[in-house]
Design a protein around this ligand. Structure first.
Ligand code: AP5
Length: 225
């Protein structure tokens, strides 16, 4: 397959970040995670961070015009010439249409939208125990993926924290926002024949293996054409 332009879809806590990190290592492609980009902007106190923080803390979406500018510029970069992994974008139909229009302009298209399918109950269980590294955003879970030393990132040694938007009332709002604004993208990508559904309720290694199998099948289909 000449290029791999991937979109990771799924509710909050479905494992997009966990799998995105692994895919990035496997495929050596640039990984653009909008949540990480926005949290870094909040930490750095930039204009973007100041604008985004209120929306994020409430579990609302940051306006489309802000997000589209942020991502469309990245997929056009030279480093993304062989492909990219998008996590957290698109999240609305308007964002998906803006991405498609940029891709057409570049004479490219989305290879696959990978839906990591997880129930609301599982999301609530997972986000309650998530711990995130303050420096590089590495992800752990107190029960399902505990760090070797409590409160310390295995990878870079930074402190682990609970994200501001992982409070129970914000988690419920984020889920409602997902169902209302982002879930319609499942039909959007299905109608374009690029949706691939993955059972996200298996352990992380099994989820990764299923994604890899799916991408290998796509590659074989591409070679057969
Ligand atoms: P973002 O950071 O993208 O949040 P999200 O989509 O809600 O996703 P999460 O990061 O919460 O979860 P995840 O799916 O990555 O799961 P993870 O791998 O961490 O966005 C944050 C906010 O930014 C949004 O609410 C919005 O305000 C704004 N925003 C971002 N993009 C935007 C856009 N395009 N437009 C507008 N606004 C935007 O896993 C969760 C936990 O489960 C971890 O503890 C992990 O260790 C554990 N885990 C993972 N996989 C498994 C498994 N298979 N089994 C058991 N545990 C697992």
């Amino acid at each position: 397959m000449s290029e791999l332009n991937l979109v990771l879809l799924g509710p909050p806590g479905s494992g997009k970040g966990t799998q995105g990190e692994r895919l990035q290592e496997d495929f050596r492609l640039p990984y653009y995670a909008t949540g990480d980009i926005l949290r870094a902007a909040v930490r750095d106190g930039t204009e973007l961070g100041t604008e985004a923080k209120g929306y994020m803390d409430r579990g609302d979406l940051v306006p489309d015009e802000v997000m589209v500018g942020l991502i469309v510029e990245r997929v056009s970069r030279e480093e993304a010439g062989d492909g990219f992994i998008l996590d957290g974008f698109p999240r609305t139909t308007a964002q998906a249409e803006a991405l498609d229009s940029k891709m057409s302009e570049l004479d490219r298209s989305i290879t696959a939208a990978i839906l990591i399918d997880v129930s609301d109950d599982e999301v609530i269980r997972r986000l309650g125990g998530r711990r995130t590294c303050v420096k590089e955003g590495h992800i752990f879970h107190v029960e399902f993926d505990p760090p070797k030393n409590e409160g310390v990132c295995d990878i870079c040694g930074a402190r682990l924290e609970i994200r501001d938007d992982d409070k129970p009332e914000v988690i419920r709002k984020r889920l409602a926002t997902y169902h209302e604004k982002t879930e319609p993208l499942v039909g959007y990508y299905d109608s374009r024949s690029v949706l691939r559904r993955i059972d996200g309720e298996q352990d992380p290694d099994a989820v990764e293996a299923e994604i890899r199998r799916t991408l290998s099948t796509l590659r074989l289909q591409d070679e057969a054409v």
